[in-house]
Design a protein. Structure first.
Length: 278
């Protein structure tokens, strides 16, 4: 039985969990904070002649317009920057979703970020990495050569998933160690996740959403030097509370960040409010 006492955390007390939570005025300020942390890390590493490696999400996506503006306005070179995207859907044939498909994370990333950055500043194509069914070793190699991921950015899903690392399914036998050491792989998407994601994409027609994806593993996320997750949707009210105040468990993967040395969750301050449960 799940201990639901964490749902009673309200107001400023939301900052006092096992994962530090930063409050922002609204969701746009949340996106801007994310973009600024990306920008400032790159500027600092460029100044010190160091390469930058990020893991980047396609949920949230609101940060990219601010990131593009900061890079272009200040003419910051991305030549020594590498982005690894977190995940990608598979189509009905179990192939990587074509970038021409509106659901394609690669297509969205190009539309919102890469295609908008000044061509004189943008990193080489080889430094824009998307997970596929057969490039797990490449991703691990890139991370090793960079000496680790500088910052893993992301959100938290309704099941507590980071990237598409869902909690173990019913009757799935996996140990704690195997779970936290998972790497890039094909992953089944839970019904709950498909329903929530369908709200934006298909007006709730969850049965049209992909059933499988490729995702980076928890090993890549948990071993990142910093992890920064950002939440802004109304249903994130319970998610951030369970992640930060609930038990540290593979049953809610985001809670595993309670053991990380430098993980934070940024949220719109509206999420600090919480309705009384009936």
């Amino acid at each position: 039985m799940i201990d639901k006492s964490f749902l009673d955390i309200k107001g400023e007390n939301i900052k006092k969990g096992k994962i530090p939570i930063d409050l922002f005025n609204n969701k746009e300020d949340t996106f801007l904070a994310m973009a600024k942390e990306m920008y400032e890390c790159i500027v600092n590493n460029n100044k010190n002649h160091k390469k930058t490696l990020f893991i980047c999400p396609l949920g949230p996506v609101g940060q990219y317009k601010y990131f593009v503006e900061l890079i272009n306005t200040n003419k910051i070179s991305l030549k020594n920057v590498t982005f690894i995207n977190m995940d990608e859907y598979l189509d009905e044939n179990n192939d990587i979703m074509p970038s021409s498909n509106p659901l394609s994370f690669k297509g969205i990333m190009y539309k919102l970020c890469y295609d908008k950055i000044d061509k004189n500043l943008i990193m080489d194509e080889s430094q824009r990495i998307f997970p596929t069914k057969d490039n797990s070793s490449l991703i691990d190699k890139v991370i090793f050569e960079h000496g680790g991921v500088d910052i893993c950015f992301g959100g938290i899903g309704i099941t507590g998933h980071m990237a598409f690392n869902e909690p173990p399914f019913e009757n799935e036998d996996i140990s704690y160690e195997d779970f936290i050491n998972s790497t890039t792989r094909v992953q089944k998407i839970s019904e709950e996740t498909r329903v929530v994601n369908s709200m934006d994409e298909y007006n709730g027609a969850y049965y049209l959403m992909p059933k499988y994806c490729v995702t980076i593993g928890l090993k890549q996320i948990l071993n990142s030097k910093k992890v920064r997750l950002y939440c802004f949707r109304d249903w994130h009210k319970s998610v951030i509370r369970r992640a930060s105040f609930g038990p540290c468990s593979i049953d809610f993967p985001a809670s595993l960040l309670q053991k990380h040395n430098d993980a934070r969750i940024g949220v719109a301050k509206e999420l600090a409010k919480y309705k009384e449960l009936l």
